[in-house]
Design a protein around this ligand. Structure first.
Ligand code: FMN
Length: 199
């Protein structure tokens, strides 16, 4: 057996799925940012999401203001646009949203969602935990879930539907990976291949 070796603190090899958080701006336009510090909790009210947002940014301004946002699972098809949303600061780039996916609006909450995303959550913030160093953890109740119709076809084995959803993972080393282990580039690379976005 191989030895276990002490290493730097981090979560490499513990893959995280990526999500685009959608918020509504003051003028009614949608706003999106890319996030990976995302997990789940369960309470008597139902399933909840834990979302950690680091330093101040436009997404956090809008989540605080509205108390609601969407989390849209990033698929391989969405990765170039998602990478752009993750590498472009909303506060200092007023025209960040000149590139948009197909935007829909929540069925339950007033939040923008992404039609191309295989899974969208509509989230209501229940508690905000300020860590005191600029980082905040939002505990949110999942108020609604929408999924691609084909993901609900139970005649297809679940693992096959998982491959169809094609979620993008952030397994470490600032890289993107597919769910079946294909390398999808370094952070900041996929955005160079942006296509099919409205300008
Ligand atoms: C792969 C990836 C994952 C990210 N995950 C997070 C995260 O979990 N929390 C966070 O605060 N920022 C995260 N970021 C950084 C934000 O996406 C970045 O601050 C972006 O500017 C947010 O959009 P906004 O400035 O329009 O709010 C991530 C960036 C990348 C490329």
């Amino acid at each position: 057996m191989m030895a276990k070796v002490k290493t730097k603190i981090g979560n490499d090899y513990c893959p995280q799925a990526l999500f685009l958080y959608g918020t509504k701006q003051e003028d009614g336009q949608p706003h999106f940012g890319l996030f990976c510090w995302f997990g789940y909790y369960h309470s008597s009210e139902g399933l909840g999401v834990m979302a950690c947002i680091g330093e101040e940014k436009q997404t956090k301004d809008l989540i605080r203001k509205n108390g609601v946002f969407s989390a849209n699972l990033v698929s391989e098809q969405l990765l170039p646009l998602a990478d752009y949303y993750g590498c472009t600061c909303g506060r200092t780039t007023p025209d960040k949203m000149k590139r948009l996916p197909t935007v829909e609006w929540g069925q339950v909450l007033d939040v923008p969602t992404i039609a191309e995303s295989p899974v969208s959550f509509e989230l209501e913030v229940k508690k905000t935990i300020p860590m005191g160093d600029g980082s905040d953890i939002f505990l949110c109740l999942i108020r609604n879930v929408t999924q691609d119709e084909q993901l609900l076809d139970t005649t297809i084995p679940f693992t096959e539907r998982l491959m169809q959803a094609a979620p993008v993972l952030a397994p470490g080393d600032e890289t993107y990976s597919s769910i079946d282990g294909r390398y999808l580039g370094k952070w900041g690379e996929p955005m160079k291949n942006m296509v099919n976005t409205k300008e």
